[in-house]
Design a protein around this ligand. Structure first.
Ligand code: F6P
Length: 182
């Protein structure tokens, strides 16, 4: 039997590596529109990186594996977060797995009801396809979250623009404050 090395590695103390791994970087200039207020970060500050690994076409049955690394930053007091989205195909669910750091997985149903699950090392989260989802780093170190989702799920950002998440997560004097509304 032939035994070969795995094409991709994921050292939980580092990131995913391998020739098939793609990386997308979100900088402050591309992220500021989804925070409540403008902050004083340099436009090129890296807010988060998304590593992803997939095989085959974006068709039903194929899977993506991803790793999001959200840096411990605040924008005018608001904790750093991903843009957040529904899946274009609401029948596609997703798993998140807390790797390190701590934060929240904010979830919103199609009526706008918003709540959150605590994310920390070892936490496993099933995200129903009918829920919008956003990661928020509430800690003082990088928050790393692995994810697995269908290649054909797609990202629906327009629906979140039309109906934003019901809360914002702020840090005031080191304490978390949940602010209702946009
Ligand atoms: O595009 P957004 O909403 O910033 O989200 C990035 C997120 O998308 C995913 O790639 C897939 O849902 C996650 O791994 C990651 O946290």
């Amino acid at each position: 039997m032939k035994v070969v090395k795995a094409p991709v590695t994921f050292d939980i103390h580092s990131v995913m590596e391998g020739s098939d791994v793609a990386v997308g970087t979100k900088r402050y200039k591309d992220a500021k529109s989804f925070f409540a207020k403008e902050g004083d970060l340099d436009e090129n500050t890296v807010m988060y990186d998304v590593y992803s690994y997939t095989k085959g076409d974006a068709k039903r049955g194929n899977l993506n594996w991803g790793l999001t690394v959200l840096h411990p930053l605040c924008v005018a007091g608001e904790c750093n977060m991903t843009r957040g989205h529904w899946h274009e195909d609401r029948d596609c669910a997703e798993f998140y797995f807390g790797v390190s750091g701590k934060g929240l997985l904010m979830l919103m149903d199609e009526e706008g009801n918003t709540w959150a699950e605590e994310v920390s090392e070892g936490s496993l989260h099933h995200i129903d396809g009918h829920l919008a989802h956003r990661l928020i780093n509430t800690g003082d170190e990088d928050m790393k979250v692995a994810a697995c989702w269908g290649c054909d799920a797609g990202h629906d950002y327009a629906a979140v623009d039309a109906m934003p998440f019901g809360y914002r997560v702020m840090k005031e004097k080191g304490k978390l404050v949940f602010v209702r509304g946009e």
